[in-house]
Every structure is written in structure tokens, then in C-alpha cells.
Design a protein around this ligand. Structure first.
Ligand code: FES
Ligand SMILES: [Fe+2]
Length: 390
């Protein structure tokens, strides 16, 4: 049983930042917080669960665990991606166990029912008795896989598990508006990445909310990221305009990687006077973005347990040309640099998780100048919990 009433938590978070109190420990350490978060926070927004190229071929299936809910992403013969509950409609077998290419059909290994990549139930052997694969009373059309609302953005796959969030385009619009000031939607279609040297994953022993809180603020830059702080110091970081479902920070001092006098290709139309601008927004609940003139990274969080989160990172570059051998050293330099920055953050979030077991801490106090983005996220979480449980 949670000690604090959600409505009280929400009220304390609505104070000015200097007086606000953060989410209490129980939201990070009590077992029920994990399923609560899935049912009322991450599952009611739009959460990133994969990169589209994780399904590299047509007729591909990719099983995903979303906070204990088994899902499967399919890519059909026309390259359309869909997300379904990963369970057979008959006796509830977990369907796809491993990522694999299929012949256009997902077959349940129990009684051999088959599903098309669009979820339709196709084959139902002996459903009407031996050798009879139909039955007049059996409604095949109702036996398809149960689809989960999904959207593709920046080549990443997002889901709304609850099915009742606003449309993805509306959810993300304030962020795309910020993007549009730097690059057009057409220019963004140029982003491309490779499997070989554009990706990494990291496991963090903390509740999923703590990496979000950490990513949102630049206050820790001088202490946790001394190298990054040399080129992009705290005083050139600024808060992004916060919106309903996100916030974050930016840097006015991004320096493009130069190797042997060569730079990576730039996004078409990026304003010449903003070459050094980079923005680092979070799309709540779990998507971190880094947008630069010459690359884009996305990190999404996969919460695997109350106190364990896997961070999936992918960097994209501008056009296929940027993926050629000439730019291999640039890609390696950027992947190494970002991996090292993200790794530097791990000790901080893991020690915040440990600290959440202290009865001497119940939400903490905030810096009025530095912690507004963190408070905004806490408010968002509290609001989701209040709205979706009432
Ligand atoms: S449980 Fe899948 S076909 Fe029977
Ligand atoms: Fe950091």
C-alpha cells in the first residue's frame, strides 16, 4: 500500500520549483510501482519500443517485452510495421519467441494456427474436426491477433498500449515544431543508420524514471561529464521550451567532429547561424533525443524490472553517403563519445536508486534555477497517475 496519496503528491509538485517536493521513494522501490507505471504512465502515453531497422527484412517478426506485456512487431511484405499482443488467440500461447524472418506467416506451435503479418487469422487446421479446417460456428475473422496502436517516427517504433492517448502526431507536435526551426520534415527523412557501428545498449540498475530525470537536466555536467563540459560547458546549456509531454535542454556550443579535415554531411537547410546548436529533448515517457546538424541519436528506455532498465541507443547520420567507409572514423568517434557520456551517467542514476531506500529522503528539494525540467517530469508522472487512476 502506498503511503502517499497521489493527489497529495500532485499538489506538492504544483508548488513553485523552490518549494516543490519530488515523487516519493515508493514510486521507485515498491513492487506495485512497476505495474502502476505501465498501466497509468508509460502505457497511456506513446512509448518507444524499437527501431524500425530491428526488423531488417520483409515478413519479419520481433518479439518485445514492454514492462511485462509480451508484444510482437511485424514487418509485412509491403514493409508496413504493426504491433500486436504476442499471444495466440486460441489457448493463449506466447507466439513469437525469437526475432526471425518468416514466410509471411506466424505459426503457433501448439495447434498450428497461423497468422498473417497483418494479424489476420489464416489457417486453423482441424478446427471443425479431423480434416475440416473451418467450422460454421467458428468466427475466424474475430480470431486475429490483437493490435496495439503504433506509430513510426524518426525510424523508431512507438506504441500507445492503452489505446486512448491523443494521436501520435498531436502528442509529438510541440517537439516537431522545435525540430522544424532547425530542419524540415523532408530533410529528416535523410537520417540513416547502420547496424555495425551506430548502436549500443547499456543496462542500468535503476528504476526507469531516474535516467529520464538525469537526461533532462544539465546541472550535473561539470561534475559527471568533465570532458563534455570542456567543449559544451554548463553556461552554454539552456532549457528547451517545455510542453505537455516533454522537455529537455540544449547546447549552444556543439562542435562538429572533424577528422583529417573532413566533416560528416550536414542536414539540408540547417540554418548557417545555428551550426553549433544542438537540442536534447525527452519525449515522455521514455525517448531521449539528440538532434545536431550532422547526426541524430535516439535512446529509448526499456524498463525490464522495477530497478532495472535497458538503454537502447542508435545514432543516425545524414544520407547513405555518411554510412560509407570514408566516414567510419567519424561514426566511431561519435559512438565512442556518446557511449562514454551515457556511461558516465550510470553511477549517478544507480546511486539515486540506492538512495531511494532511505527514509531520510522523501522526494527531496530542488534548485529553483536548475531543476525545473525534473519537476516538470515529476508533475507529468503524477498527473498521469492521478488522471488515469481516477
Ligand atoms: S494455442 Fe495456438 S493454436 Fe492452439
Ligand atoms: Fe548526463
Amino acid at each position: 500500500m502506498f503511503e502517499h496519496k497521489l493527489i497529495d503528491i500532485q499538489k506538492r509538485l504544483q508548488q513553485p520549483v523552490a518549494k516543490a517536493t519530488g515523487l516519493p521513494n515508493e514510486r521507485y522501490i515498491e513492487a506495485a510501482a512497476f505495474t502502476d507505471d505501465r498501466n497509468y504512465v508509460t502505457g497511456t502515453g506513446w512509448a518507444c519500443i524499437a527501431f524500425a531497422e530491428d526488423l531488417p527484412e520483409k515478413n519479419y517478426v520481433l518479439p518485445i517485452d514492454f514492462m511485462g506485456v509480451p508484444l510482437v512487431i511485424t514487418r509485412d511484405n509491403d514493409n508496413v510495421l504493426r504491433v500486436f499482443h504476442n499471444v495466440c488467440s486460441h489457448r493463449g500461447l506466447h507466439l513469437a519467441e525469437e526475432p526471425c524472418q518468416t514466410k509471411g506467416m506466424l505459426r503457433c506451435p501448439y495447434h498450428s494456427w497461423t497468422y498473417k503479418m497483418n494479424g489476420d487469422l489464416r489457417g486453423t487446421p482441424h478446427v471443425g474436426g479431423y480434416g475440416k479446417h473451418e467450422h460454421p460456428e467458428f468466427d475466424k475473422a474475430a480470431g486475429g491477433l490483437k493490435e496495439v496502436r503504433s506509430a513510426i517516427w524518426l525510424n523508431a517504433v512507438f506504441i500507445n498500449l492503452s489505446g486512448d492517448a491523443v494521436d501520435f502526431d498531436d502528442y509529438v507536435k510541440p517537439l516537431t515544431d522545435q525540430f522544424n526551426e532547425l530542419c524540415s520534415p523532408e530533410a529528416r527523412t535523410q537520417f540513416a543508420s547502420s547496424h555495425d557501428d551506430c548502436r549500443t545498449t547499456m543496462k542500468v540498475r535503476s528504476n526507469w524514471k531516474l535516467p529520464v530525470e538525469n537526461y533532462l537536466e544539465s546541472y550535473h555536467l561539470p561534475t559527471v561529464h568533465p570532458e563534455l563540459n570542456k567543449t559544451s560547458p554548463l553556461d552554454v546549456h539552456f532549457d528547451l521550451e517545455r510542453f505537455d509531454n516533454g522537455g529537455g535542454q540544449g547546447s549552444a556550443n556543439y562542435t562538429r567532429t572533424e577528422i583529417d579535415g573532413q566533416h560528416l554531411p550536414n542536414l539540408a537547410g540547417w540554418p548557417a547561424d545555428k551550426q553549433n546548436l544542438a537540442i536534447y529533448p525527452v519525449l515522455y515517457p521514455n525517448t531521449f533525443i539528440g538532434l545536431h546538424s550532422d547526426h541524430l541519436f535516439i535512446m529509448y528506455l526499456q524498463p525490464t524490472a522495477l530497478d532495472e532498465t535497458v538503454e537502447h541507443v542508435r545514432i543516425s547520420y545524414v544520407g547513405d553517403e555518411a554510412l560509407e567507409n570514408d566516414y567510419k572514423p567519424h561514426r566511431k568517434a561519435l559512438l565512442d563519445a556518446w557511449t562514454s557520456v551515457f556511461k558516465e551517467d550510470i553511477f549517478a542514476v544507480e546511486r539515486m536508486q540506492k538512495g531511494r531506500f532511505s527514509p531520510g529522503y522523501q522526494g527531496g528539494v530542488f534548485s529553483p534555477a536548475m531543476d525545473a525540467p525534473t519537476v516538470h517530469f515529476h508533475q507529468w508522472v503524477a498527473n498521469q497517475l492521478v488522471v488515469n487512476t481516477s
